[in-house]
Design a protein around this ligand. Structure first.
Ligand code: BG6
Length: 369
């Protein structure tokens, strides 16, 4: 069942190229029209949407944060991302023009179910991005876009995360087309690039040995920090979550720009800091700003582990350890940059002798509020 891997988690991390390929395959017609798996929301309703709210918990929430950057940019519709358990208690402003998008691997997370019901009671249409066919949220949502990651056994989510991100790109591209695509060239290039993603994820997996070695040298760490900016920010948060979940090490993810507003006080000599570095080919200013953040933590003695794009000639100067991922457009980078962080957490937890498939105190799906 584990396909020769030591754990389901290791197998599921290695399933990611096919999870993404299967999620993307055959979804969009030549007009960029998305085929939803179940249910229908009329195009007139979708075309009139003036706000999107993503609701989710845990890793799915971070997939929603990634989706915000992409969908907002492509569609110019404001996107909010909200923890499902906070959503209905703050009395959110919803209408028939608010599209609520629920992200959930299991489709059984009670917090997310309750958020979906609340949205529907207020008249908002709900699209669900779900991995488990026929689950509660899949049945109750107005329309479903299934991720096709296959069964995810390990409690901590990996391949479902990548599949959720891939599905959200499809939704974003679809909504962009529906509303008169403002970036036709960019979106055509993105569709081509998405086809390349499974091979690129495979390349990251094939070159992951240095991350595994690093993890083995860090079993005695007490706290690890993760920095990211823009679409790298949710990746940093997910990297920290994985380390908490699997290795029971205190870990925190920060928006790199926030460092100077508080978290830099945590930096003392030897502090390990992972940095998800934006592409120098993207918004160049972001690359140089995060380089400055790296310099700031290094000046205070931090050890820096930098995830950078191949061909980033500057990154090596600021990294105690540099891990590279293939080049891809900025908005697609999370599909690659999160993989070394997943492997790091898996390997560190394994080196500590922990059960990576069944971490203590956690359940695969939490069916109580
Ligand atoms: C948690 C799981 O309880 O629920 C996480 O341990 C998961 O791994 C979160 O990300 C949300 O689950 P789901 O099924 O709604 O994506």
């Amino acid at each position: 069942q584990k396909g020769g891997f030591a754990s389901f988690m290791d197998k599921e991390i290695h399933d990611q190229p096919s999870a993404v390929a299967d999620t993307l395959r055959g979804r969009l017609d030549e007009r960029g029209k998305l085929k939803l798996d179940e249910g229908i929301i009329a195009e007139t309703v979708l075309g009139a949407v003036d706000k999107i709210i993503v609701v989710a918990c845990g890793t799915a929430f971070y997939a929603g944060m990634v989706a915000k950057y992409a969908i907002e940019h492509w569609t110019r519709i404001p996107v909010e991302v909200e923890l499902a358990h906070e959503f209905r208690y703050r009395d959110p402003v919803l209408s028939v023009r608010t599209l609520v998008v629920a992200f959930s691997q299991s489709g059984e997370t009670m917090d997310t179910i309750m958020a979906v019901r609340h949205a529907q009671q207020q008249g908002a249409p709900v699209v669900a991005i779900i991995n488990v066919q026929g689950s509660t949220i899949a049945r109750e949502a107005d329309a479903v876009l299934y991720t096709r990651a296959g069964p995810e056994i390990a409690v901590a989510s990996t391949k479902a995360f990548l599949a959720q991100i891939a599905a959200s790109y499809l939704l974003g591209i679809y909504l962009a087309e529906l509303r008169g695509n403002k970036f036709p060239d960019e979106i055509a290039a993105l569709l081509a690039e998405l086809n390349e993603m499974p091979a690129k994820i495979q390349l990251v997996l094939d070159t992951s040995e240095p991350v595994r070695e690093l993890a083995h040298s860090m079993v005695n760490e007490r706290t690890v920090l993760f920095l990211g900016r823009h679409i790298g920010y949710p990746v940093a948060l997910e990297g920290a979550l994985k380390l908490k979940e699997l290795a029971y090490i205190h870990a925190e993810g920060f928006a790199a720009g926030e460092l100077k507003h508080g978290p830099i006080a945590l930096i003392e000599p030897g502090q390990p800091v992972f940095i998800v570095l934006p592409s120098p080919r993207g918004k160049e200013v972001l690359h140089s700003k995060v380089i400055s953040n790296i310099q700031e933590v290094r000046a205070r003695g931090a050890r820096t582990f930098v995830i950078a794009e191949e061909g980033d000639t500057e990154a090596a100067h600021y990294a105690d350890h540099l891990f590279t991922v293939p080049q891809t457009p900025t908005l697609l980078m999370p599909l690659l940059t999160v993989v070394p962080l997943q492997i790091f957490a898996l390997e560190l937890a394994s080196a500590k002798g922990f059960d990576v498939d069944q971490p203590r105190n956690l359940a695969k799906s939490v069916t109580v509020e």
